[in-house]
Design a binder for this molecule. Sequence first.
Ligand code: DGY
Length: 327
Amino acid sequence: MDKIIAYTRVSKSIIELLEQSYDVIYFQNYEQLDDPLFKKELQDAVGIIGLELKVNQKLLQHAPNLKIVSNVSAGYDNLDLDAITKAGILATNTPNVLTDTVADAMVGLMLATSRRIPELHQFVQQGKWKEYLQTEYFGVDMHHKKVGIIGLGGIGEAIAKRCHFGFDMDILYHKRSRDLAVEQKYDARFCSLEDLLKESDFIVLMVPATKETEKMISTEQFKLMKKSAIFINGSRGINVDEEALYKAIIHQEILAAGLDVFDQEPIDMDNPLLHLPNVVTTPHIGAATIENELAMSTLAMKNLTTGLQGKKPPNLLNEKVWDFYEK
Ligand code: DGY
C-alpha cells in the first residue's frame, strides 16, 4: 500500500477511511512535526494531508516521493507554492465548506467582545453579581451599529449577511474591486480602507495572508479607528502588528479586540494581549466545529485521493503542475 502522512486536525473517520486503501501514519500533535520520525516517514510518502504544516523546499528535501499536499484549510499561506510546483507536486486546499462556520465564529467574537461575555462569565463564577449592576461593567450594543469588513470574499460576505439581516447593521466593505451584487443584497457600501477604519464601530479583518497584507493593520490604522471601535481578526496573525494592537488597547485608542489568530501559533503564553480583559481570544478555531471539521477533512480526502488516482483534484492550487501531468 502507498504511504500517506496525516497530521494535526484530520477527522478520525476520514483517517479510518484512508486506512482502507493506504498505509496511513498519523501525527496528531504539532510538536511531533519537528520530530525526526516525521521526516523519516516523509521519505516514502506519496501524499500528505493536514493543517498548518509549513511545506517549503526544506521540508520537501525529505519527501522525494511526494505527489500531493492536501491542506485541510482554505488559507494556504503555510504552503510555499513555488517550491511545491517546482518539485512537480500537486497542492490543494478546502475552500467554501467553512464559510458559514467561520462567519458564525466571527459574529461570536463580535458579541463576546461587545457584550464582554468572557469577562462577565468570570464575574458570575467569582460571585461578583452585584458589581455587574454598575454601569462601568456594561457592554455596548452590536445591533444597529456599523461594521466594516476588510476583505469581502465568501466569509466576509457571510459575515455581512448575518450583520445586515440579523443585527440591522450598516455594512461597509473594502476589497480590491467593488462587488455590486453584495452591495445590493446587504445594502453595503464600498469604501477606502481609511474611511472604513474611521467610520466603523466593528472592524473585521478577513483578508488572506500575502506579502501585501503583512502588518496591514498597525499603529497608523489603529489611530484612525474610533475610540469605541472593536477590532476582530479572523484572517491570519501576520496581518496585524500585535504590538501596535496592544498599545492601541492600553492607551484606550480602541475599545476591545476579538482575535482568533496570532502572529505566533500556538500563542506564546507571555503575549501581553492575553492579560487584557477587553481582548477576547480563541485558538484559531474559526473553522473548527464537529460538522465542519468533517466537511473539510472529507474534501481534503477527496482532493488527496483524486490526485493520487491521477485525476485532477477539485481544489487544485497549482494548475501548472497539472498542465505538466497532462502533457
Ligand atoms: C482556514 O481554513 O484557513 C482556517 O483559518 C483554518 O486554518
